[in-house]
Design a protein around this ligand. Sequence first.
Ligand code: ATP
Length: 809
Amino acid sequence: MVPSRRTWNLGATPSLRGLWRVGRAGEPEPGMARPAPASPAARPFPHTGPGRLRTGRGKDSPAGGDEDSGARSAARPALAQCRALSVDWAGPGSPHRLYLTLQGGTDLEKHRDLLMVENERLRQEMRRCEAELQELRAKPAAPCTGCEHSQESAQLRERLSQLQLEVAENKGLLSELNLEVQQKTDRLAEVELRLKDCLAEKAQEEERLSRRLRDSHETIASLRAQSPPIKYVIKTVEVESSKTKQALSESQARNQHLQEQVAMQRQVLKEMEQQLQSSHQLTAQLRAQIAMYESELERAHGQMLEEMQSLEEDKNRAIEEAFARAQVEMKAVHENLAGVRTNLLTLQPALRTLTNDYNGLKRQVRGFPLLLQEALKSVKAEIGQAIEEVNSNNQELLRKYRRELQLRKKCHNELVRLKGNIRVIARVRPVTKEDGEGPEATNAVTFDPDDDSIIHLLHKGKPVSFELDKVFSSQASQQDVFQEVQALITSCIDGFNVCIFAYGQTGAGKTYTMEGTPENPGINQRALRLLFSEVQEKASDWEYTITVSAAEIYNEVLRDLLGQEPQEKLEIRLCPDGSGQLYVPGLTEFQVQSVEDINKVFEFGHTNRTTEFTNLNEHSSRSHALLIVTVRGVDCSTGLRTTGKLNLVDLAGSERVGKSGAEGSRLREAQHINKSLSALGDVIAALRSRQGHVPFRNSKLTYLLQDSLSGDSKTLMVVQVSPVEKNTSETLYSLKFAERVRSVELGPGSRRTELGSWSSQEHLEWEPACQMPQPSARAHSAPGSGTTSRPGSIRRKLQPSGKSRPLPV
Ligand SMILES: Nc1ncnc2c1ncn2[C@@H]1O[C@H](COP(=O)(O)OP(=O)(O)OP(=O)(O)O)[C@@H](O)[C@H]1O
């Protein structure tokens, strides 16, 4: 009989992952059989209660006194028991015995139970934490009374959210662990099943083999007792026995294989144990964290409670205070109300009076339009009367004003008359670089410190003194000189004719006095400025028109400096209206409104002159330059018209050129100059002596200025003198001329009349100066000397600078 052979195939080494599966209640899942213990000995650690396990390694293991804490670590010894799972083989020759003990089967179960319990506990804790979190979250935020509270609440909320995050993480970790434990449980169950099968098969095989062995022994014994044929049988049996031995060795090999399998399983179990250990550590950490979170949550909760309590207290306090205040206010209001009531009682009679008043006023208002009309009528009448009175007053004032104006004019005129209609002043220019150096350039002019009308000249070593209306030293400014002539300008606005002459030798400062420099203007500019400002001042009552003309007289030929054809000779004629007035047909007249306009006019005149003469400087020294300003005014209220003429004349150099033996054109120029200056002297003499005939027609200059020199016109002669030694002859001549002009006046008051001496002597002295050169006279000042340096003069304005331009005005 061939024993049946059974192959022990446990398959590949099963993984310990998923060894057992744990249900939610910690019980095996339905349908999954929990591996039963192999024998009572294989269950050394009996259950001490549901979900509780006594820990320890057999009897020697330390008693599991602390079961709660032991519950967590119980899995560790339980797993260690799994190592005892072994398959023993008695060895060849011994009764075939397959001994398999699944020593750790029950321990594993216990361990699994413990893990499940632990899991469940952790889950419950998690749930509790969650519930607490929910509760905290659900709690309404306590009213914040202070910044501190709100900050703490924010911190708590932040901490809570952190805790929630950590709990969520732990949850994830726990579920992972659960999954792992479940997988391990499954696999363990599988291994247990296989082990059981193996053990059962092994037992069967042992049983079968021992039976066969017994049979064989019996057969051998019976055969031994038989005859040789029996020996044959024995041999056969022996042969069979060898076969059985072979089967036995096969069985041993299989047993060996099974042992290897078991060893492998043990290894796997060991790994699993390690994994479980690490899982336990992790779980312990998680638990510690959860405990920490719990404590934090508790603390936060406590803080929140405290805060809420303090807030509650605050609220109660505030309510109490508000209540107290409200009570006080209510009391005050009640008192006020009582006061108002008493007031009302007292006001009632007043109200009655007011009502009566109101009714009375209402009645009055009804009659008000009528009253108003009457009042308006009377007021209108009063206003009309007042206006009439004011008008008459105004008329009276206007009349008085005009009378005053006339009076002022008269006074001014009288003042000018008292000063003399023809006045002579002298101005001494300072010593200039052009005078050179040495004895010839020494100063020969001195002044009287006590009398500003006296001038002393040291001529050829002899002092000579002269008395004029005023003498200006070389220190006198342009403004000082202008102040002396200011009154004449005002006269011009009032309708008087005025002539201002600058007389003197070439280079004595005539042009400087008349025109000055742009920085320091002379009489012309200042006079025009004064005119414009005066006119502006009177603009409310008077309408003024100011026109200018510019002309020159050279060699007794009159030319228009502002005309389109300056070379044209102009004639002086009598007005055809029979008024006896003179006029110059063709003389250009420009209306000007400002000093700038005047400057433009000069510029234009200068251009005309430039194109006409090649040597302008010399020419200008030997010609008379006239600026004629006409001021026409209309009194706006009366229509009264006035016309005043201001003649500003820069005369030609007065030096006696003829004496130095000049010939030709130079002699002709000198003769013309002397003739015209002599004629001027004659006219002034005739005017001062109030002769019946005044020889205006003797020169173009006097003829042109006839209406400005006659009648109640005013004339000012500024005699310019050079202070230096070399010019003393000419200075003496000029000063003599000045003194004589002044002395012939038959003026009012104390003025002397020296008409006789003027006409007889001066004229005689004058004439030879033109016609008979005196050998004694020094020609130290060459004609034209100083013409190259004439800054600030009106003639300088006429210096060549370009071709003719269109009229500026
Ligand atoms: N009061 C003064 N202060 C300073 N410088 C003066 C004064 N008077 C004249 N001068 C200077 O003396 C020089 C001659 O003056 P200006 O040209 O006015 O003489 P003039 O008499 O007009 O000569 P002409 O007959 O050639 O025109 C100029 O350089 C001028 O600046």
